[in-house]
Design a protein around this ligand. Structure first.
Ligand SMILES: C[S@@+](CC[C@H](N)C(=O)[O-])C[C@H]1O[C@@H](n2cnc3c(N)ncnc32)[C@H](O)[C@@H]1O
Length: 258
């Protein structure tokens, strides 16, 4: 496996998550954030690339995901945090999978990323959120720095408050400067919030389906070390180039990747 090092603290490789996970140092990862294909049943494509997103059954998809999560467990630090991004199609099954693999007592939050944009339906409530399942290997000792968001109540107007488990951040629109053209690219604001909240400043973030590299850019900006992997060579090139130009923001102490 060939690693690209766009910065001293970020490394990225083209690989299957399964193979890459087995090469990581035991106990080295403080935050696993995975945004895998959701099993939408379609090939996802945009101007920067494409990936397959179809399994014959939900059970086959869960088995694929389970093998990769299980292979990643030895790389997790004793109090590591785990964030698995999914949606209405499989979030119920992914939660059961995580209960089985990690233990239901390690569940911390079911985060709702409410993104707003997109169409509506005359037949049902419009589907406007993704699910991010948050587990910690040691909920009593896990790192958590509560994100602060603007308060909306009249009493708190103009002040900040701790974020709830519903995160309101718009998805990336067609005209957004951060848009890379990678299908299902997540907004940097979302990953900035998750990385800072769930990975300590001296910690390593691992994103095994890194796509355009949003998590690695967020890690670089927050001074965290990052490891990214993707099956697609176009994704690896894009993620490396984005990470190389990401600027650390003030007040953080950089650490090297292990
Ligand atoms: C939902 S996208 C990730 C998008 C990313 N979070 C971003 O902001 O750009 C899922 C990614 O998983 C990758 N992928 C699919 N199967 C994989 C596998 N077995 N190992 C590693 N990456 C895989 C795809 O190439 C795709 O880039």
């Amino acid at each position: 496996m060939e690693w690209h090092t766009p910065t001293p603290r970020i490394r990225i490789a083209r690989a299957d998550w399964l193979d890459a996970a087995r090469t990581l140092d035991p106990g080295s990862v403080r935050l696993l954030y995975a945004d895998p294909p959701f099993n939408t049943g379609a090939r996802r494509s945009d101007r920067a690339g494409a990936f397959e997103d179809a399994w014959p059954t939900t059970a086959a998809y869960i088995q694929w995901l389970g093998e990769r999560l299980a292979a990643t467990l030895p790389a997790l630090a004793p109090a590591a945090n785990v964030l698995i991004h999914c949606d209405w199609r499989a979030s119920h099954r992914v939660r059961l999978l995580l209960d089985d693999l990690l233990g239901e007592d390690r569940f911390v939050n079911h985060l709702i990323w409410s993104y707003g944009l997109g169409g509506s339906s005359p037949r049902r409530f419009a589907r406007k959120h993704d699910d991010i399942l948050f587990y910690s290997l040691d909920p009593g000792d896990c790192y958590f720095d509560p994100p602060m968001v603007p308060a909306t109540s009249n009493r708190m107007k103009g002040r900040m408050k701790k974020a709830t488990d519903v995160i309101d951040i718009p998805s990336i629109n067609n005209m957004a400067a951060e848009r890379t053209g990678w299908p299902t690219q997540k907004p940097l604001a979302l990953l900035d919030l998750l990385v800072r909240a769930c990975c300590p400043p001296d910690g390593v973030v691992f994103d095994p389906c890194c796509g355009s590299g949003t998590t690695l850019v967020a890690a670089a900006r927050a001074g965290r070390a990052g490891i990214g992997v993707d099956m697609s060579p176009e994704a690896v090139e894009l993620a490396s180039s984005r990470a190389a130009s990401a600027q650390p923001e003030g007040g953080v102490t950089p650490v090297e990747t292990p």
